[in-house]
Design a binder for this molecule. Structure first.
Ligand SMILES: NC(=O)c1ccc[n+]([C@@H]2O[C@H](COP(=O)([O-])OP(=O)(O)OC[C@H]3O[C@@H](n4cnc5c(N)ncnc54)[C@H](O)[C@@H]3O)[C@@H](O)[C@H]2O)c1
Length: 276
């Protein structure tokens, strides 16, 4: 069902790789709600994934670019304004990558060149996005910028590795830039801390299936899906959330406020049956 929440709004969506991607669901939902937008991802992702299908479906133009590269980022912002005939109203940053996770290096044996890449791609790219948007005055007043985060920014989760540090930095950038952009241009900047979700990046996390099951059992509402996340993003892009800024918004079925649930206790108790 459409509420026309984004009717007349323009945007930029980073990070849709294939139909599992959270950004893919956000693009579908934003289109349904009346928005027009550009889509962007790296040239490698464009070859590996199926972004052109999404572009066709949502009548969008794809702009290739590496979000960690300042020139590419500036180009994405400028080109988007050209294609959309003016400033945008919303931007989604849905980008994450850790070479240390990919290579299976544990947190106490990190490669520091890889670590810098993790921070550059997963967090500093958000700073660049905001910096070049501001430089080119690319976002309308009361516009909304959202980046996707994860609770490993606050709590230690085995297997999430240096991505936890990257998410902590990402959330901090949202606050620091949120002040400046809010004060000067009335632009909102928030992060959404999403439940574990089975996507290409999600599958890279060590033990994701177990983690997914654990958080589902612990959350009173169960895990939030990528579709749920897309719905939430749309509300944050809409005019209904104009005074929400500089927040890390948990979107996790209640997981972040739980310590122990009945379902998790039952499973835990069952697991000891054979040991007694
Ligand atoms: N899947 C989960 O469990 C989960 C949970 C919480 C938050 N998140 C976050 O959601 C976001 C989207 O991830 P997803 O789960 O949809 O997986 P995904 O693999 O579909 O998306 C990750 C995207 O990042 C893009 N990317 C990587 N390096 C890039 C670069 N240099 N420049 C531009 N784009 C680049 C990839 O091409 C891909 O499209 C990420 O920030 C991720 O950390 C995911």
């Amino acid at each position: 069902m459409s509420y026309n929440l984004l009717k007349g709004k323009k945007g930029i969506i980073f990070g849709a790789l294939n139909e599992l991607s959270i950004a893919w669901k956000v693009a579908e939902k934003a289109y349904e709600e009346g928005a027009v937008f550009t889509l962007t991802n790296t040239p490698v992702a464009l070859r590996m994934g199926t972004l052109n299908l999404l572009a066709e479906k949502t009548k969008s133009t794809v702009i290739p670019g590496d979000a960690a590269n300042a020139d590419d980022m500036e180009n994405i912002i400028i080109k988007s304004m050209e294609i959309l005939n003016g400033k945008v109203d919303f931007i989604l940053h849905s980008i994450g990558m850790s070479p240390n996770v990919r290579k299976g290096l544990a947190y106490d044996e990190l490669n520091y060149d890889y670590f810098m890449k993790t921070l550059d791609i997963s967090a500093l790219s958000f700073h660049k996005l905001l910096l070049y948007s501001r430089k080119h005055d690319a976002i309308n007043e009361w516009g909304s910028v959202v980046a996707l985060s994860y609770i490993a920014a606050q709590r230690t989760l085995v297997g999430y590795n240096d991505m936890g540090d990257a998410k902590a930095l990402l959330e901090s950038i949202a606050r620091s830039f949120g002040y400046i952009y809010g004060r000067d241009k009335k632009i909102r900047i928030n992060t959404i801390s999403q439940s574990p979700t089975i996507t290409t990046a999600g599958k890279g996390i060590k033990g994701i299936d177990t983690l997914f099951d654990f958080t589902d059992r612990m959350s009173p509402l169960g895990n939030a899906t990528a579709e749920d996340c897309a719905n939430y993003c749309v509300t944050l892009f809409s005019d209904l959330t104009r005074k929400v800024t500089m927040q890390n918004l948990y979107h996790d079925g209640g997981f972040s406020s739980m310590a122990m649930s009945q379902r998790a206790i039952s499973q835990y108790t069952r697991s000891f049956k054979d040991c007694d």
